[in-house]
Design a protein around this ligand. Sequence first.
Ligand code: BGC
Length: 767
Amino acid sequence: MDPKSLLAQLTLEEKAALCCGAGPWTTAEVARLEVPRVFVADGPHGVRRVVDEHAMAQTSLPSTDFPTAVSLASSWDTALVREVGEAIGREAAAQGVDVVLGPGANIKRTPLGGRNFEYFSEDPYLAGEMAVAWIDGVQSRGVGASLKHFALNNQEFQRNVIDAVADERTLRELYLPAFETAVRRARPWTVMTAYNKVNGALCAQNAPLLTDILKQEWDYQGVVVSDWGAVRERVASLAAGLDLEMPGPRPRGVRRIVDAVGNGELDVAVLDDAVLRLLRLAARASHRSAAEEPDAAAHHALARRAAADGMVLLSNDGTLPLDGRGTLAVIGRSAEHPHTQGGGSSHINPTRVDIPLEALAAAAPDAEVRYAEGWGADLSPQPERILAAVELARRAEVALVFVALPGSIESEGYDRTELGLPPAQVALIRQVAAAQPRTVVVLNSGGAVDVSPWVDEVAAVLQGWTMGQGGGGALADVLLGRVNPSGKLAETYPLRLEDTPAYLSYPGENGRAPYTEGLFVGYRYYDARGVPVRFGFGHGLSYTRFAYAELEPAAPAFDDGDVLRVAFTVTNRGERAGKEVAQLYVRDVASRLRRPVKELKGFAKVALEPGESKRVTLALDRRAFAYWDPAYGRWVAEAGEFELLVGASATDIRLRATVTMRQGTALPCILRRESTIREWLADERGRAVLEPLMDAIVGGLRAGMGAAEEGAEFIGMDLMGFLMDMPLLNVLSFDQSEDGPTAEERVDAMLAAAHADGAALHRKELP
Ligand code: BGC
């Protein structure tokens, strides 16, 4: 039966019950009408399907533990991420899971964010592309995704109550676009709200976010689900646009809904809209064709390949790749106990785990691989362990030092407290490096760490991330050069925590986290302030070298709304096959509102044999040039020049070209009584009205002030400069003569004339 006919047959009690979970992982069923329950399970980097469905945090069925989002995003490979999504979808279907709770599309505002390992990037464009690829992959298997956590879950500190306070433009340009892209392009079956508040209201009860933006503006037709336990008041949340409260059962919530409809507090149309969405979800889930048995070995191989492609070679003096001969000192506990994932709801029970130490020994049969633990599980300083490691390193050809942030430090539910590695690991790295010049550090963390105390003392640093169950094998592949590293940072490595954008306002006080840095987060901040960084956004080395040439926009000039194609050539100039992540940034040369120096608007991962060249073409749509102007409440692209910057990272731009937008966005007139002369002249209609009168106005003013002649001394100032930032009304008010119209009447008449022609083009260069 179709959802609309079903809706007509449901009782009020049944409708209310559908809007509240029935169990920790299930929605309610309506047996008499054959409406099936929907079964959900965590993600996002695998399927956490608990064995006993009545338990929340119990051991789950084995499933492939894929690299977490930080690693997937560092691959910059949408095809790969889609493939991972497909595999997760396949495993979910085989376990009877209808919706996988992922991906996370939140922006990394501070490197201390506890869930950063579960999130893609500091950049909304990259995060959006990754989320689309992941959702497309999962949903191609007839399983739904749950895009989360909508919105602004940028810290775990006080996550259930903290009020993330951000201005409209910051929301629109930084924190919402990844969600918007994913909703519009990938149409996730469900969207999960965050725990926190945004601008005063809990996300689960936030009408501007859930109804105005998500459902109306973005035309979202799926189910909005709460994070687990995020709803405080069920009726308020329903009215705000939250369709499903999880987990269940929630008998009080059901009763509240029934009563609220009964006493007129809640419009039944609101309930019906939520129920219709839930009925459509149940119908989608029940239409899935019979599940195929996932191929565990193939998925493990995919996990290994994905982990390798996400690894980032941060620095290398040529020590890597290893030649696989001589004595290899493998030092550090994470070589034996790899940190494959972060803690919390995303925790997977892996089907197997590659141990880096074993994988290295297997991949380098000609080397003598020797191991020293170096640091212990409790992370306390252990001089004897370090001493043994140093001895081993001294007698080897190369030392590989494995360091990791364990789940006790990186987890959902709490933030990191520092950027640095545990002191025991720092001491180990430094002492091993002092004894062995060919020391390579293998990092195993879910986010950026402070490498400053030791990075200049070691030969190479490889960031393996929270790399999933195949990470051990992937590390061996990359260290030995079987896979040429091609990952690039999806987040900046700062020099110091004090340099980070949110340093002064994170984690907030008295329940409020004011996002005072606005949209200047990640490289947007470092660029704007000229703050040097350790490794820039988009940075990552390879065992080969790439050259960039021949940047050609399809046209030198275009109009708002046109798609601008941009082509350039990437060449592999080295001896090894490799993959380059080429990045395209757009810079607005001049704008009415302050904008980031540049913003990522396109990228491509290009595989190249030695000596091979490929032409890359990227398309820029209007959003690539636009910013959100709160004065107009819309996206605005201004006519004028834009620079296209192509490079290997945000700090390594290789090619530049300038293009001109001839016609920008047509905008309504927003001049008002308080508008300044400068604002009048910047508006095409205002200029047409004011310019012809300007000489008379200025002349009259001069005369009134006793400096009638042009060029006469005027109390040592430039009169025009003085007037530019003064409201027209104030300027006209200098004339206090009793005849003729008042200053207010004159301005109102000019405003009426300026507003008369409707939309017009905004001028970019201000006088
Ligand atoms: C997490 C969600 C997760 C849910 C279900 C919450 O604590 O924030 O990401 O999907 O639990 O486990």
